[in-house]
Design a protein around this ligand. Structure first.
Ligand code: PMP
Length: 361
């Protein structure tokens, strides 16, 4: 095994809810840790999947032509600009495999989504981490970090875990300074939740800049995280490289069917976005009334400062059946990240947190 592989720290997925509930003897736990959709999957996606079960003796459509065609129409691009993947994780990995030679550099914010670093290392590339400025991606520092070995830049908009965002003006100015041969990967996993109209949306007028790769997912606003479907919209030449690298059946049949149905379920999408906006507003108002600072967000999640060791708070809340994300390993010692849940879930989170903090004095 090459050293660049053995040195990788494996991604630590959250434990399954069933295992947590068994260990702590709790039921009906509330999970606000993974920025998932609390409403469940689109009912239309569920119905479509059920009606396709009988065809599971067949291989999937390896070209994903129905879903790819729908996405191409939605954004006004050609099918050869679309690559679908086993979650957007898959597209991130394909970009790294397709574009990084040994020792090539990929720039990314620190902290940001962990899979950028892992995928770059797996491909023998060098992740170059550029610290945030406060809670914002530091685009000036990213430009300063560009070297002749820089092949790609990952930007998350809105950013996970901080909820901050990059506006259109700022991104446009940034692109003028990025060298011609560098890919800029705009990871827009949470953009459906963004409320600031000034946010840069790379698919508002796609493919104007061949360096920009837009990444989207069905895991968040569309509620299909378990099916694993994400996609990228990109220059046809870039897409052609990913098609060389990807597995022939990288998105399974049921996932393709579910995503296609969810894409047309506008009502569910609107309801999801609305539910999460209401949840965020409610949580932030209540936290503020409790004297707890939380931070503005364009995602379906936000950071809050509990002014105690976040690892301890995480563990104590877990024992009460409320699962949140500690930001300790991201360098925010006293911060939690939570996503908006259903109203009763949000209330339970607030109740457990308030109890815990009052006990701590
Ligand atoms: N990008 C960001 C910023 C994320 O937060 C996530 C999921 N946590 C992903 C990509 C991956 O999403 P998926 O693979 O489920 O599409």
């Amino acid at each position: 095994t090459p050293e660049y592989i053995s040195s990788i720290k494996p991604y630590e997925p959250g434990r399954p809810i069933e295992a947590i509930e068994r260990e702590y003897g709790i039921k009906n736990s509330v999970k606000l840790a993974s920025n998932e959709n609390p409403l469940g999957p689109s009912p239309k996606a569920v119905a479509a999947v059920k009606s396709h079960l009988a065809g599971m003796n067949r291989y999937p459509d390896g070209s994903g032509h129905v879903l790819t065609g729908m996405l191409a129409r939605k954004y006004g691009v050609n099918p050869d600009n679309v690559v679908i993947g086993n979650g957007s994780d898959d597209i991130i990995a394909l970009l790294a495999q397709g574009f990084l030679g040994l020792g090539d550099e990929a720039l990314m914010p620190l902290p940001s989504f962990l899979m950028y670093e892992i995928s770059v290392k797996v491909s023998g590339g060098v992740p170059v981490m550029v610290p945030l400025k406060g809670l914002d991606i530091d685009l000036d520092a990213i430009l300063k970090a560009v070297t002749p070995r820089t092949t790609m830049i990952f930007l998350t908009n809105p950013n996970n875990p901080t909820g901050s965002h990059i506006t259109k003006d700022v991104l446009t100015a940034f692109m003028k300074e990025v060298p011609e041969n560098v890919l800029v990967i705009m990871d827009e996993a949470y953009i459906e939740f963004a409320r600031d109209k000034a946010i840069y949306d790379s698919l508002a007028s796609p493919l104007q800049d061949p360096r920009i790769v837009s990444l989207r997912t069905f895991s968040k606003a569309y509620g299909l995280a378990g099916f694993r479907v994400g996609y990228g919209i990109m220059d046809a030449g870039v897409a052609g490289i990913l098609h060389r690298v990807r597995q022939p059946f990288n998105v399974n049949s049921l996932a393709q069917v579910a995503a296609a149905a969810a894409l047309e379920d506008h009502e569910f999408l609107n309801q999801s976005v609305q539910t999460m906006h209401q949840g965020i507003d409610f949580l932030q108002e209540q936290l503020s009334a409790m004297g707890i600072q939380s931070f503005p967000t364009q995602g379906n999640f936000f950071l809050l400062d509990v002014r105690m060791d976040a690892g301890v708070v995480f563990q104590k809340m877990l024992e009460q059946g409320v699962i949140v994300r500690s930001m300790k390993s991201y360098g925010f010692e006293t911060y939690l990240r939570i996503s908006a849940g259903l109203e009763e879930e949000n209330r339970r989170f607030l109740f457990v947190l308030e109890q815990l903090l009052s006990q701590a004095g």
